[in-house]
Design a protein around this ligand. Sequence first.
Ligand SMILES: Cc1cc2nc3c(=O)[nH]c(=O)nc-3n(C[C@H](O)[C@H](O)[C@H](O)COP(=O)(O)O)c2cc1C
Length: 187
Amino acid sequence: MQPLDMKKQFGIFPMPIVVIGTLHGTKVNFMTAAWAVQVDHNPPMVGMALSKDHLTSANIKTAGWFSINIPTADHVVATDYVGIHSGSETDKSNAFPVFYSRQKKAPMIEGCALSMECRLVQTFEINSDPFFIGKIEALFANGNYLTDDKPDFSKMPPLLYCSTDGSYWQVGERVAKAWSVGRKKDD
Ligand SMILES: Cc1cc2nc3c(=O)[nH]c(=O)nc-3n(C[C@H](O)[C@H](O)[C@H](O)COP(=O)(O)O)c2cc1C
C-alpha cells in the first residue's frame, strides 16, 4: 500500500449523488450533495453534511423539511447546475420538473430514480457546519426503474461522484449477492 497526501486526496469514494429540494416560503430550491447517507433503517432516516452558507441549510432550518432525490445520468446537466449556483443569487426553481406529496412539505423531482420527503429530526454541528438528520416520511420511485416494486439497478444509471477526478460516474456490473457471498469464508 502507498501513503497518499491527504490534502490532495481524501475520504470515501465513490459517493452517490443526491439533489436536495427545499422551500423558502413557496419558493423552490435545489442543490447537489455527495455527503448524504442512510443512517437508520427502522424508522428510515438519512443524514447529510451541508455547508452552513448554503441557502438549502437556511431553508431546512426554517421549514424543518427537505427532499432527497436520486438523479440518474439523464439528469447530469441539471444536477451539476444546481451544484454550481446558489439559490441566494440564481433562481433554480425551474431546474427540474417538480412534484409534491399530499402534505406538500418539500419539492421533489419528477423522473428521478427515487425521491423522498424528509422531516428534520436532529441537527449536529461539525466544525460549525450542520449535519442534518431527517426521517423519511414519504417515498416515491420512477416506475420505469422498478421490478416487482423494487428499484432495479440494472434498469437505472444512478450518478456517482468520484472526488479523486471530480467527475460523475455511473454504476457498473453487479458483483455478488450481499449478506451472502461472505458465507463462503465460513466453509
Ligand atoms: C458534485 C457536487 C457535490 C456537492 N456536494 C456537496 C455536499 O455534500 N455538501 C455541501 O454542503 N455542498 C455540496 N456541493 C455544493 C452545493 O451543491 C453548492 O454550493 C450549491 O450551490 C448550494 O446551493 P444553495 O445555496 O442554493 O443551497 C456539491 C456540489 C457539487 C457540484
